[in-house]
Ligand binder design. Structure first.
Ligand code: FES
Length: 98
């Protein structure tokens, strides 16, 4: 596993997404209840930017057509699945294995 610094913890607001790039991949970071999640930024339905979506419960809702993905598993009820990535916090740094 190779963890890369994606952002600082204080750069992300609770319940708000942030798009970052790691190893050429666009990743969406979210902070929910103090925990940070990393998923692929591109919605597998038609490419919507998930970092601009809305958090509802444990899910991120795509801003384009409303598909909803579990932040922990990447699974949706629409039979689409978005890739999730392991996250580690090291001091004030968010590290992502992408
Ligand atoms: S592009 Fe995300 S729901 Fe259609």
């Amino acid at each position: 596993m190779t963890y890369t610094q994606a952002a600082k913890v204080n750069e992300i607001s609770e319940n708000t997404g942030k798009k970052v790039e790691i190893n050429g991949k666009a990743i969406a970071l979210f902070k929910k209840d103090g925990k940070v999640y990393a998923i692929n930024n591109e919605c597998p339905h038609a490419g919507g930017p998930l970092s601009e979506g809305t958090i509802e419960g444990d899910c991120i809702v795509c801003p384009w057509h409303g598909f909803s993905y579990d932040l922990k598993t990447g699974k949706s009820q629409q039979q689409c699945e978005v890739q999730t990535y392991p996250v580690k916090i090291d001091g004030d740094k968010i590290l992502v294995d992408a």
